[in-house]
Write a protein that binds this ligand. Structure first.
Ligand SMILES: [Zn+2]
Length: 516
């Protein structure tokens, strides 16, 4: 389901009702939105319309636009609720869900599934691994976000079964082992059920080129045989059922940031999800389990929390983050934090406003450099490329970890670390390439004394699921190249029963191991 925008009279009326409930009066809307700018004050409710037209959204009032996105999400959720109430009244002892995916207009996932029994997701990982090694492609990110919605296991309602296409040009056919490997990757990240879509490629209708396990000819082929092999493997994985994924690391997600970044792009090539993915990729490189959770979630169980670009703030979330660090947590904040209040307006304070005390510094200037590249220098002399955004920091209580090596702010702090209460906050004032995050996250993991894998080959992902008694390691080669992984100690391969610490993995191979 998508929270698509609609501009019809009915939806305009619903939007006005939503605003009436939230603000009560036009005066308060005018004041909150700052409608005096460009003489935009409303003098009657009928003047409020959805943001139709072809002008860039950034030309429209950002406060109104954020509210419209929230309204579109609420409206979709109302529809889900109406449907599930009908089903609930007419059917007994059933579980109710709906499927979601990463689409253009994403609803708030947490509210969408609040009253549903479990999350289900349409899982279509890439069928061609990008040649650019900086590109972030792993669906581990999507799967961790889906598991984090209700913080429990979930379903894949549609799983990759063949080449994709229908409303868009057709994409690459899945490489050998992808049908099987990607399904096992979903299990590794908390899916308890994986349903392939579809059995047979449709011979008619809108989804004709969305390939199934069998082509439209109805003749069994490579993809079906691979699926058969997957089913034989899945049959032997009963011991995984009921096991849980325990993570020491969490990344916070908020639909408000996603909306606000789309409404007002910050700089060329800067996207909210990319910020989250860069951190997720770094923890993945070190074989860590990662929960991606609601920005307002309870953080007590996490050793490290990353809150990328808390651009639109929320007073309860801010308080929660201060408490978390004060009580000994390690928090990573980034550029574009504390920029807006909950109405998507600036507050007249120096950045990062509400987070200044937590990071022990102020942002005195910033430089949105877009696709340009610059360098930063770490305290040990190593250099990394940075891009997109450069916060120029002035520390109050923080230590400097990296400074800019270029431009008029050469020598100014770019990455800092601050002690607050019993905990630590890191602030990354810029955006790096993957290497910067590997360096930074390894430093954080060491300082927090967390166990990790330091030598995993490119594309290899290790996650764990555990019961009270056993712990299972899922080792997945999410790349086009065969590789070898050496483990520190022998483990038992749950499928073959062999004891081993040397794994030879073909592309998209999954090995499931059990500690002895
Ligand atoms: Zn409508």
């Amino acid at each position: 389901l998508e929270a698509n925008f609609c501009f019809c009279e009915y939806c305009a009326g619903e939007f006005r009702n939503w605003l009436k409930l939230k603000y009560g009066s036009l005066e308060l809307i005018n004041q909150t939105y700052g409608n005096v700018v460009w003489s935009g004050e409303y003098s009657s409710w009928e003047q409020i319309t959805p943001p139709f037209g072809t002008n860039p959204h950034a030309w429209l009032n950002p406060s109104m636009m954020l509210d419209f996105n929230r309204y579109a999400s609420d409206n979709m959720i109302k529809f889900v609720k109406m449907q599930s109430e009908i089903i609930g009244k007419n059917c007994r002892d059933i579980q109710i869900t709906t499927n979601t995916w990463f689409c253009q207009n994403m609803p708030d996932f947490y509210n969408t599934f609040e009253e549903l029994d479990f999350v289900s997701y349409d899982n279509y990982p890439v069928t061609k691994i990008p040649e650019d090694k900086e590109e972030l492609y792993s669906h581990a990110f999507h799967l961790d976000l889906m598991r984090g919605i209700k913080q429990k296991s979930f379903w894949i309602m549609e799983q990759l079964s063949g080449g994709l296409g229908c409303w868009m040009p057709m994409l690459h056919a899945p490489r050998p082992n992808m049908i099987k490997g990607y399904s096992l990757q979903a299990f590794a990240h908390g899916a308890d059920t994986v349903v392939h879509f579809r059995w047979r490629t449709a011979a008619t209708g809108a989804e004709m080129h969305w390939h199934g396990l069998i082509d439209q000819s109805n003749v069994p082929g490579r993809r079906l045989y691979e699926f058969e092999d997957l089913c034989k493997t899945a049959e032997k994985l009963g011991m995984i059922s009921g096991t849980k994924i325990k993570s020491e690391v969490a990344i916070l997600y908020s639909s408000d940031q996603e909306y606000a970044f789309k409404i007002q792009p910050q700089t060329e090539s800067m996207y909210y999800f990319e910020q989250l993915k860069l951190f997720h990729d770094a923890f993945t490189k070190f074989g860590m389990n990662i929960d991606i959770i609601n920005w307002s979630a309870n953080l007590d169980n996490y050793k490290v929390v990353v809150a990328p670009t808390i651009y639109v703030t929320d007073s309860l979330v801010t308080k929660n983050l201060y408490e978390y660090v004060k009580n000994g947590g390690t928090l990573i904040l980034t550029n574009r934090s504390g920029v807006k209040n909950e109405y998507n307006n600036y507050s007249m304070e120096m950045l990062p406003t509400v987070f200044a005390e937590l990071i022990g510094a102020k942002v005195t200037q910033y430089d949105p450099i877009g696709n340009s590249e610059q360098k930063i220098k770490m305290a040990d002399g190593s250099q990394f490329i940075c891009t997109q955004w450069c916060d120029i920091l002035e520390t109050t209580t923080a230590n400097v970890l990296a400074s800019y090596a270029d431009s008029f702010y050469q020598g100014n702090p770019a990455i800092i670390q601050n002690k607050y209460g019993d905990g630590t906050t890191y602030y990354v004032g810029t955006v790096g390439k993957k290497a910067l995050y590997y360096d930074l996250i390894q430093r954080v993991l060491n300082e927090c004394n967390l166990e990790y894998f330091s030598e995993l080959p490119y594309g290899v992902e290790i996650t764990t699921r555990e019961s009270e008694r056993d712990k299972y390691y899922f080792v997945f080669n999410n790349s086009d190249n065969a590789c070898e992984v050496t483990l520190e100690k022998n483990m038992k391969d749950v499928l073959s029963g062999d004891l081993t610490n040397e794994l030879k993995l073909q592309p998209y191979d999954m090995r499931i191991l059990q500690t002895q």
